[in-house]
Design a binder for this molecule. Structure first.
Ligand SMILES: *Cc1c(COP(=O)(O)O)cnc(C)c1O
Length: 373
């Protein structure tokens, strides 16, 4: 049964990205089955969070892990954990941070949208370095007695010039300061589950459950150092502490665990080859239409190693990218795509949910152009 028509809510074909405002992702059957099974029994939630964390840690080759309500919540919890450590008195006192290190450093070139989670956790966010290039000495000089953590935002889509993670880790660790990596959208490849922590030495890494992992939308994972992961758990529900408003249900815990198992077993090479075929199909179809020029983009806007199709709308069409996006969105079903400059659209294959959607997107773009020509 489809519950949406009765509510007057239109279907969206997502050729844009795994976005919270579009509902995250569509969960595969093993995740849905795990959530349904989880829903039908009471458990001790402390025991469950511990057990699921241990299982995810083993699967992802990390020492410890915990489940959150998303990557933004992971940023919030990781920040709190770096301020208090696993000290029950400090945890209970937050957001009063007197006497605790409470400054989080961020390289200026890594500015991103989810930063409000840092001050929400009682930390002071300090932007450091000069754009476009950061020098090691700038990080060395910025670390002081108030520094609780250095935050690093991972991804091939980030502006160049940031100090690389291994250097950040060396400098921070020499001063006893932990490094948090926001890797919310850095899957695939699945190896990133352990790359930032086990391979590059970061103390904590954060992943979104509702992006390519295709777990519950309101889920995320923090992996890394056992004492800091313990501290994350101490701030969170079922404790009545600062992160209690971000409680994780038993359904999300088992859902994201099932998603990790499913994701690690996927043949990502074959999956990405499928996305390449969709992009090639789009390119051929669009290049056959007067007024359109299409090409392959790689990596995508989140820095993931997956292709997209960029379509340029000929100026003679008199159709701006904004107008095209608005018209695709206003149809039924709605079609979500990104603008790429004033005259371009970016179409994403990996977010499509059903096998007929690539053709529908293609036809709607072509119809739109024909109507303008
Ligand atoms: C998507 C994203 C987030 C937020 O993830 P949620 O799971 O939706 O909370 C945080 N950081 C980065 C870099 C992201 O791409």
């Amino acid at each position: 049964m489809n519950p949406y028509p009765a509510l007057g809510v239109r279907r969206v074909i997502n050729a844009d990205a795994r976005l919270t405002r579009l509902g995250g992702s569509c969960m595969p059957a093993p995740v849905l089955d795990a959530m349904r099974a989880a829903a039908c029994q009471y458990v001790d939630m402390f025991e469950l969070q511990q057990a699921v964390g241990e299982r995810i840690a083993t699967l992802t080759h990390n020492e410890a892990a915990c489940v959150t309500t998303g990557a933004a919540a992971g940023l919030f919890l990781s920040t709190l954990a770096c301020i208090t450590g696993p000290d029950p008195t400090a945890v209970a006192r937050m957001p009063v941070r007197d006497g605790l290190r409470h400054e989080v450093l961020l390289q200026r070139s890594q500015e991103f949208a989810y930063l409000p989670a840092i001050p929400l956790a009682g930390a002071t966010l300090t932007r450091i370095g000069s754009e476009p290039e950061m020098h090691p000495a700038e990080l060395e000089a910025a670390i002081n007695d108030e520094t609780a953590a250095v935050l690093f935002v991972a991804g091939a889509h980030m502006a160049p010039g940031a100090l690389p993670l291994d250097e950040v880790v060396d400098i921070a660790h020499a001063r006893g300061v932990p490094v948090i990596v926001d890797a919310a959208a850095q899957l695939p490849p699945p190896e990133n589950f352990w790359h930032f922590t086990r391979d590059l030495g970061a103390d904590l890494a954060i992943f979104s459950g509702g992006k390519d992992l295709q777990g519950p939308q309101a889920s995320g994972i923090v992996v890394g150092r056992p004492d800091l992961v313990d501290a994350c758990r101490m701030h969170a529900a079922p404790h009545a502490r600062l992160a209690r408003p971000m409680k994780v249900g038993k359904e999300e815990m088992l859902g994201v665990l099932a998603a990790v198992e499913w994701y690690l077993a996927l043949d990502h090479t074959a999956r990405i080859a499928g996305f390449e075929r969709t992009v090639a199909q789009w390119i051929d179809a669009f290049n056959a239409v007067p007024g359109l020029h299409a090409e392959r983009e790689f990596p995508n806007e989140a820095g993931q190693p997956m292709p997209r199709c960029r379509v340029t709308l000929d100026a003679a069409l008199g159709l701006s990218a904004d107008a095209a996006v608005a018209r695709l969105w206003d149809g039924d079903p709605r079609i979500a795509v990104k603008t790429s400059g004033e005259h371009g659209l970016s179409l994403t294959p990996d977010t499509l949910a059903h096998s007929d959607e690539a053709d529908i997107v293609q036809q709607r773009v072509i119809d739109l152009v024909r109507a303008s020509a």
